[in-house]
Design a protein around this ligand. Structure first.
Ligand SMILES: N[C@@H](CCC(=O)N[C@@H](CS)C(=O)NCC(=O)O)C(=O)O
Length: 208
C-alpha cells in the first residue's frame, strides 16, 4: 500500500513528517484532518490514532502516532544518514527530540496556535504571554548550542534538526521574534539549503 500521512501541513508536527518523507523520496498520500473542526478527536480518527492527535502515519505495518517516533521509524527503515547509526549520536538525536516535545513545542507551538489559529482570544492572552516567555528561554538554549555547532548533532543535518526546525522557523507566527537569535537564523538558512528541502507551502501544494 501507498503510505498515508494523516494531518494538516500547517501543523509543524505534521510538516516534520512530510518533510522527512519527501527527503527520503517516499511516495505517500496526505489525508487531511481538520483539527479546528475537532476531527482529530472524532470517533473515526480515534481508530487511526487513539492519542487523538495528528500526525499519524499508516503503512503496511499499521498506524503510528507521535511525530518524532514517525521520524525515527522512517529514517531507520530507509537506513537514512539523517539518523546516525552510532548509539551515542543516536541518543543525542533523541535528546533533542525529547527536549523539543517537552520544552520547545509546548511553548512555541502553543503561542503560534493561539495567535494564528485562534486569533488571540481574550481568555488565552495570559497563557500566550507565558508561552512567549518560555519560548524565549527555549530559543536562547538553542541559540547557545548553535553558537558552536552548525547542526544539532555531530555538525551533520539529522532528524533532530527537522524536529526543531518545524516550529522554530514559524515562531514569528506566535509573535516570538527571532531577531535576538542570529545563530538560529543562520541554522534555519542552513536547513533550508539542504538538498531536497521543501517548505511547508511547497509540500502543501504538491500533496493537496
Ligand atoms: N506529541 C504529538 C503532538 C501532536 C499534536 O499536538 N497535534 C496537534 C496538532 S499540531 C493536534 O492534533 N491537535 C488536535 C487536538 O488536540 O484536537 C506529536 O509530536 O505528534
Amino acid at each position: 500500500m501507498k503510505p498515508i500521512l494523516y494531518g494538516d501541513l500547517r501543523s509543524g508536527n505534521c510538516y516534520k513528517v512530510a518533510l522527512l518523507a519527501s527527503l527520503l523520496e517516499i511516495d505517500f498520500e496526505l489525508s487531511f484532518v481538520d483539527v479546528m473542526k475537532g476531527e482529530a478527536r472524532s470517533e473515526q480518527f480515534s481508530k487511526i490514532n487513539d492519542f487523538q492527535k495528528v500526525p499519524a502515519w499508516q503503512d503496511s505495518n499499521g498506524f503510528l502516532a507521535e511525530s518524532n517516533a514517525i521520524l525515527n521509524y522512517l529514517a531507520e527503515i530507509h537506513e537514512s544518514k539523517l539518523l546516525p547509526a552510532d548509539p551515542w549520536l543516536k541518543a543525542q538525536v533523541l535528546k533533542w527530540q525529547f527536549w523539543e516535545q517537552y520544552v520547545h513545542e509546548p511553548a512555541v507551538a502553543v503561542a503560534r496556535f493561539i495567535c494564528l489559529y485562534q486569533k488571540k482570544p481574550e481568555n488565552r492572552l495570559d497563557e500566550l504571554k507565558v508561552c512567549q516567555q518560555k519560548s524565549h528561554a527555549a530559543l536562547l538554549k538553542l541559540e547557545q548550542h548553535l553558537a558552536s555547532h552548525s547542526f544539532l548533532v555531530d555538525n551533520q543535518f539529522s532528524i533532530a534538526d527537522i524536529s526543531l526546525f518545524a516550529y522554530t522557523h514559524v515562531a514569528e507566527e506566535g509573535e516570538i521574534s527571532l531577531d535576538p537569535f542570529p545563530k538560529i537564523q543562520d541554522w534555519l538558512s542552513r536547513v533550508e539549503s539542504t538538498s531536497g528541502f521543501k517548505s511547508m507551502a511547497q509540500l502543501k501544494s504538491s500533496l493537496t
